[in-house]
Design a binder for this molecule. Structure first.
Ligand code: ZN
Length: 377
């Protein structure tokens, strides 16, 4: 264990590879730890705290736990969680997690295993029951494990899923995206929202096949990953309704017009008559349960988390795309207008408009691009 050192994140002591604290790109060997994912873990602590406040059973399963950064933080910082299950295929990483559990005095509530992800998940907790919260944070795509995650969570439970194959989901490799997520991506200015919606539609459609329904409660994206949180319930009638929340986004690369639709189709842009690009099938329903996000805010988050959460509460998330302020100013050949000012002008003109948590320099609106340009200019 010579190359492992102590560090503290949140209120939790972690044993991490010494090199991970100094290298730009954290290495998989001897074990993976990414200090830059602190915001990701901070938000998950807030989400799990909000969730367990109203759940009966309180168990947490971390399927790709690594050195236990997330699992141990749950054990220490969400004390309501009764049992924490910490799994990774890397035995060196699990040894480090065990040592850190001892240092944090939470070893009595932590269980460790070294198994393939699906094997671990389907085994269930020590009583053989499903878990109330299941986290999936793999290297690269989560697509191959989504079934196991959904099969291992309790009725009324919560799943959190991270994707780091952002180049695929943002449209650099559309063919790979289509086979992994059953939907086409968009390589454009709001590609991260399309990416989140592709991950959600894969999760929702997989769930419906298993007689389950999902309800997204919170999502989060950075350049390097995207992450979704969804409640899962056993309900064939809700599963029947899955296609109410699945559709397509059509985008015109010529004039910037965009809209969502239920029907897959090629079609021409009604504003400039150019051929439209299609994204989807993808999730077109809401991305947030605002009540849930408010509960996350009640946990007294730090400034960075608070900013994300406040934007999420305000967001008109039923609109499945956004506009960047610099897109508008470059079309108007003017200086960049502030997002706040654009939103105010759109409101004054009677449109739905809001900031978006997915991009601090962007806004959502039901106004079409030609109306936005009229209103802002
Ligand atoms: Zn057009």
């Amino acid at each position: 264990m010579a190359e492992f050192v102590r560090t503290v994140e949140g209120r939790t002591i972690l044993m991490v590879p010494k090199s991970s604290l100094t290298s730009k790109v954290p290495s998989k060997m001897p074990a993976f730890f990414n200090p830059a994912a602190k915001l990701n873990r901070d938000l998950s602590i807030l989400a799990y705290s909000a969730f367990v406040a109203s759940s009966e059973k309180k168990t947490f399963a971390d399927s790709f736990a690594g050195i236990g950064a997330r699992a141990l933080r749950v054990a220490v910082e969400v004390p309501e969680v009764e049992q924490v299950y910490c799994n990774d295929i890397n035995s060196v990483a699990i040894e480090a997690a065990k040592e850190a559990a001892g240092l944090n005095s939470v070893i009595g509530r932590c269980h460790f295993s070294i198994e393939e992800v699906c094997k671990f998940l389907l085994k269930g907790d020590k009583e053989g029951d499903r878990y109330s919260i299941v986290d999936l944070d793999p290297f690269g795509t989560p697509a191959r494990h989504v079934d196991c995650v959904l099969r291992s969570v309790l009725d009324g439970g919560l799943v959190s899923i991270t994707a780091t194959d952002t180049a695929v989901l943002w449209g650099v490799y559309p063919k790979v995206c289509l086979r992994r997520y059953y939907g086409r991506p968009l390589n454009n200015s709001y590609g991260n929202e399309t990416a989140i919606r592709l991950l959600l539609s894969l999760t929702a459609l997989t769930a419906s096949r298993l007689e389950l329904a999902i309800k997204p409660v919170f999502v989060h994206a950075t350049k390097h990953y995207l992450r979704v949180y969804a409640k899962v319930s056993v309900s064939s009638s809700q599963a029947n309704d899955v296609y109410n929340s699945i559709g397509y986004v059509m985008h015109c690369f010529q004039c910037g017009h965009r809209f969502n639709t239920k029907e897959y189709g090629k079609g021409k842009c009604e504003l400039c008559n150019t051929g439209l690009a299609v994204a989807g099938q993808l999730w077109t329903g809401s991305l947030y349960d605002k009540e849930f996000v408010r509960k996350m805010l009640e946990q007294d988050p730090d400034r960075q988390c608070k900013k994300v959460l406040e934007a999420a509460v305000e967001e008109a998330s039923e609109i499945p795309y956004y506009f960047r302020a610099d897109e508008i100013s470059s079309k108007l050949k003017s200086n960049t207008h502030s997002v706040q000012r654009i939103v105010e002008k759109l409101h004054a003109a009677g449109f739905v408009a809001s900031k978006t948590a997915l991009n601090t320099s962007a806004f959502k609106t039901d106004a079409r691009i030609n109306s936005i340009l009229d209103v802002v200019s």
